[in-house]
Design a protein around this ligand. Structure first.
Ligand code: ATP
Ligand code: MG
Length: 574
C-alpha cells in the first residue's frame, strides 16, 4: 500500500468527548469516523485490525467444531416476547415497525433467534450437540454510549451458541470455548484475565468474563495474589466481618442537627465509620427496598437485583420514601414493617456489628448504641455489600488486588432458560422429550481492537501487537527529493512481496519528521528508514515501535532481517 493512497484522513482537532486513548488515537490517525452518537464508520486502518481479530476468532472457534452461520439482524418481536426480553431490554433495544405495523427490533444479541432456528430442524438426541456462531453487527441503544468503540450503539460481535442433550455436554462445550477464548486473546497480544462473572439468577460459577487489564476499563475486578480466584466484583460475596466489640447499652436517640451524611454523622458523634450503618433506598421494579450496609461499605447492586429477581433497578424517589415512611438523611429500619411493596434488607456484616449509630427516621436525630441483631426487628439478611480493598480472598483468605478491566468477552452456561420458553426440545433414545441445554459465548470484536490500544500505547501513538496491527511494516524514504533514496525504497517495497499486503511505503511528499510522527501514531510494529545514512554507509535503519530498538543493516540484508523480526514478534504474541 502506498501511503499517498491510504484512506486515513487524520484529524487535527479532537472532539471533547474523546477522553480515552483508543478513541483519541483512532480518530487522530484517521482509522474511523463518527457518524452519529455511538456509531462509527470503520476506515481501512481500523477495518484491517478488525478483520485480523475476526480471522483469529474464526481459526480458533472453528477448532472447537463450531460452524459459522449468519442470522438476521431485523427480528420479529414475538420471539422476544416469548422470553420476556422485549420488556427486559426496554429502552436499550432499537425497536421498529414494518409497513404493516408489525413490531421488530435490531438485534442486541441472538439467543431468541438462534434457539428458534435450531429448534426448527433439531428433534433428536442424535443431532446433538449443535454449535454455531456468527460475526456481525449488534445494536444496543446504550444509556451512555462513550469511549469510541468501547461502548458504542452499533458494534461488531462474535456470538456463539451451543445446544447439548445434557449438562455434561454443556460443560464440555463450555470448556472448549473457554480455552478457545484464552487462545484468541493471547494471540491478539492482550494482557487479560478470565474472571468469574455474575450469572444472574442461574448462580454458581456458570459464567466467565474475559477482562483486558486497563485503567480505563469500566469493570471492577478482584483477584487473589495467592490462589486462582479472580472475579468481577459484582459476582463476589465477600466474607462477613465480625465486629470485635460487645455492647450492653440500650439504644438511645441523640440530636444530630443537619448531619445527614454518614461521614457528617460519624464526625459529629466521634464514632468510627465501621460502627455506623448506611441506608440506601432502591426501587426494584415496583418494590421499594431499604438496603443497609456498614458505613464504609457499598451496596452490590447486581447482587441486590439478583436477590429480588428485579428487571429494573433505580433509586427510590422522594415520594417513594415518604410513602413508606422514611425520612431522607436519617433513615432507619427500626420500627418499620416489611410489606408487599416495601422490604428491608441488611448486609450480613451489619447484623454482626454492635454499638452502631444509624438514623432514627426523624429529622436531625440518630440512634446510638444500636445492636442491629437485637434492635432491627424483622429484616431480610443477606450478603449485599461489595468486596473492597480491606477484604481478603473469599476463597483462601489471601491478599487481594482490586483493578479495572475492559470486558472483551463472556462465556455463559445458559442451561434450559431459553430452550424451555422457545420450545427447543429433542427426543432421547427412549422417545422422551427434553429441553436442549444451551451455552452462549460472545466477543466484542470492535471493543477488542479498542482495548488493545488502551493497553498498548504511548505519548506518540498506538503500539499494536503485530497480530492485529493494520499493517506490519512501514518503509520511510527520509529524503523525498533524492530520486536515489526513493528508488531504493521502492525497490525494497517490491522485494517484500511475500508480505506485500502488510507493507506500506510512505511515498508522500512530506518531511521525514512528519512521516515518523505518523508512523508512530498509526503504530506500525516495524519501521524501515532509508535516508542519508544509507547514501553514506549503505545501511538502513530498522526500528521497533514497541521497544524503540534500532537495528542497522545493509539494504541488501534488510528484507531478511525484517522477516526474521516479524516472525519473532508473531511467535511471541508481541
Ligand atoms: P457491558 O457489561 O460492557 O455492557 P455486556 O455484558 O452487556 O457488556 P454481552 O452481552 O456479554 O455484553 O456482549 C458480549 C460482548 O460484546 C461483551 O463482552 C463486549 O465485549 C461486547 N459489547 C457489549 N456491549 C458493547 C458495546 N456497547 N460496544 C462495544 N462492545 C460491546
Ligand atoms: Mg457481558
Amino acid at each position: 500500500m502506498l501511503a499517498s493512497r491510504l484512506y486515513s484522513p487524520t484529524l487535527r482537532e479532537l472532539p471533547s468527548d474523546a477522553v480515552v486513548m483508543s478513541h483519541k488515537y483512532m480518530l487522530k490517525a484517521g482509522m474511523m469516523r463518527k457518524i452519529a452518537n455511538g456509531t462509527y464508520a470503520y476506515l481501512p486502518l481500523a477495518f484491517r485490525s478488525i478483520q485480523k481479530v475476526e480471522k483469529i476468532i474464526r481459526e480458533e472457534i472453528n477448532k472447537t467444531g463450531a460452524q459459522e452461520i449468519l442470522m438476521p439482524i431485523v427480528q420479529p418481536a414475538e420471539i422476544w416476547q416469548k422470553t420476556g426480553r422485549w420488556a427486559v431490554y426496554g429502552e436499550e433495544m432499537f425497536k421498529l415497525k414494518d409497513r404493516h405495523g408489525r413490531d421488530y427490533c435490531l438485534a442486541p444479541t441472538h439467543e431468541e433467534l438462534v434457539t428458534t432456528l435450531i429448534s426448527m430442524d433439531t428433534t433428536s438426541y442424535k443431532q446433538l450437540p449443535v454449535s454455531v456462531y456468527q460475526i456481525q453487527n449488534k445494536y444496543r441503544d446504550e444509556k451512555r454510549p462513550r469511549f469510541g468503540l468501547m461502548r458504542s450503539r452499533e458494534f461488531i460481535m462474535k456470538d456463539g451458541y451451543t445446544f447439548d442433550a445434557d449438562q455434561e455436554g454443556l460443560d464440555k462445550q463450555y470448556k472448549l470455548m473457554y480455552d478457545a477464548y484464552t487462545r484468541i486473546f493471547t494471540r491478539c497480544g492482550l494482557n487479560f484475565r478470565p474472571v468469574i462473572a455474575d450469572s444472574g439468577a442461574i448462580g454458581g460459577n456458570a459464567s466467565h468474563e474475559f477482562e483486558v487489564l486497563a485503567d480505563s476499563g469500566e469493570a471492577d475486578i478482584v483477584y487473589c495474589k495467592h490462589c486462582d480466584f479472580a472475579a468481577n466484583i459484582e459476582a463476589v460475596e465477600p466474607n462477613t466481618i465480625p465486629c470485635g466489640i460487645k455492647n450492653d447499652k440500650e439504644k438511645e436517640i441523640v440530636e444530630t442537627p443537619g448531619q445527614h451524611t454518614i461521614e457528617m454523622v460519624c464526625n459529629f458523634l466521634h464514632a468510627p465509620i465501621k460502627q455506623s450503618v448506611k441506608a440506601v433506598v432502591y426501587k426494584l421494579d415496583d418494590k421499594v427496598v431499604l438496603a443497609m450496609v456498614r458505613g464504609d461499605h457499598e451496596v452490590n447492586e447486581v447482587r441486590l437485583q439478583n436477590i429480588y429477581g428485579a428487571i429494573n433497578v433505580g433509586m427510590a424517589s422522594d415520594e417513594d420514601l415518604e410513602r413508606v415512611g422514611l425520612t431522607a438523611g436519617y433513615i432507619s429500619p427500626i420500627g418499620l414493617k416489611r410489606t408487599k411493596d416495601f422490604d428491608i434488607i441488611c448486609d450480613a456484616t451489619v447484623m454482626e456489628t454492635q454499638d452502631a449509630c444509624c438514623g432514627a427516621n426523624e429529622k436531625d436525630k440518630h440512634y446510638i448504641h444500636v445492636n442491629p441483631k437485637r434492635d432491627f426487628g424483622d429484616v431480610r439478611v443477606d450478603t449485599i455489600r461489595q468486596i473492597d480493598a480491606n477484604d481478603v480472598c473469599p476463597e483462601c483468605g489471601g491478599e487481594i488486588v482490586l483493578t479495572k478491566g475492559i470486558e472483551v468477552g463472556q462465556v455463559f452456561k445458559l442451561g434450559t432458560k431459553y430452550s424451555e420458553k422457545l420450545g427447543a426440545t429433542y427426543l432421547d433414545s427412549n422417545g422422551k422429550s427434553h429441553p436442549m441445554v444451551m451455552g452462549c459465548y460472545g466477543i466484542g470484536v470492535t471493543r477488542t481492537v479498542a482495548a488493545s490500544i488502551e493497553q498498548n500505547h504511548d505519548d506518540d501513538g498506538i503500539i499494536w501487537p503485530v497480530a492485529i496491527a493494520p499493517y506490519e511494516v512501514v518503509i520511510v524514504p527520509a529524503n523525498n527529493k533524492s530520486e536515489e533514496v526513493m528508488g531504493a525504497a521502492k525497490k525494497l517495497y517490491d522485494e517484500m512481496e511475500d508480505k506485500a499486503d502488510e507493507v506500506v511505503l510512505d511515498d508522500r511528499n512530506e518531511r521525514a519528521g512528519i512521516k515518523f510522527k505518523d508512523a508512530d501514531l498509526i503504530g506500525y510494529p516495524v519501521r524501515v528508514t532509508i535516508g542519508k545514512k544509507w547514501q553514506q554507509t549503505g545501511n538502513v535503519e530498522i526500528r521497533l515501535r514497541r521497544t524503540g530498538e534500532v537495528i542497522e543493516v545493509p539494504l541488501e540484508e534488510c528484507h531478511d532481517k525484517v522477516m526474521e523480526i516479524l516472525k519473532d514478534l508473531h511467535e511471541k504474541n508481541l
